[in-house]
Design a protein around this ligand. Sequence first.
Ligand SMILES: Cc1cc2nc3c(=O)[nH]c(=O)nc-3n(C[C@H](O)[C@H](O)[C@H](O)COP(=O)(O)OP(=O)(O)OC[C@H]3O[C@@H](n4cnc5c(N)ncnc54)[C@H](O)[C@@H]3O)c2cc1C
Length: 209
Amino acid sequence: MADDLSVVNGARVSFARHKDAMDESDEGLIRFLMRERHGTPFEHNAFRFHVRCPIFVAREWFRHRMGSFNEFSLRYARATDDFYVPAAEDVRTQVGKPGAYSFEPVPDEIAETTRDKLQAIYETAYLAYEQLVELGVARELARCVLPVGAYTEFYWTVNARSLMNFLSLRNSETAQREIRRYAEACERFLEEQMPVTYAAFVANDRTAP
Ligand SMILES: Cc1cc2nc3c(=O)[nH]c(=O)nc-3n(C[C@H](O)[C@H](O)[C@H](O)COP(=O)(O)OP(=O)(O)OC[C@H]3O[C@@H](n4cnc5c(N)ncnc54)[C@H](O)[C@@H]3O)c2cc1C
């Protein structure tokens, strides 16, 4: 539900003008709006993503208030046996000070121990969950035993301005690797649907207008 023309028409309504097709002057207008941080014309569109991710990624994502969310409910539905175990190459150690960490690979045996321990705790947690539900404990309470590595799913509807803010923060070296992978995927949709806006965003040092 998004295209570059929505930006152009959002801006050109100031002069009671409307375009049905993009031309070179419109591309220049988008670059101008991005550069000068005239942000509101980038709000007349919407992207709707259906996301499946671990709860700890969703918690970071939900901090982005300028968008709409609806999430899978562990009050109403039964939890699935579906948990995040990082690939061995994604198990990392942190080096440095808070705010300036760098993340470096760990030896293979530490990566395997991490994966094994996660898997074991997920199995124990899920077994406890199932036992509580079988005993008649409400799902909304039984879910307390589930770790933040459990998968959830949600709909996220967002306009291009807010999406660019999300991308500048989360498809960034400073973002956690797991949410960054999702942000990289979201970024491909912006590039595909709004190529002129996307090029201007990149040319503007990835600063959202
Ligand atoms: C690397 C990284 C580390 C982080 N670490 C932490 C952490 O340790 N603890 C923590 O709590 N959070 C942390 N956050 C979350 C961060 O503080 C933001 O909540 C999150 O990135 C959402 O950004 P946002 O407010 O720009 O987005 P949105 O909520 O989508 O807002 C978009 C824009 O709207 C405007 N806006 C929205 N709401 C208001 C408002 N109430 N008043 C004025 N302007 C508003 C602002 O211009 C804002 O940039 C971290 C984020 C990143 C990327």
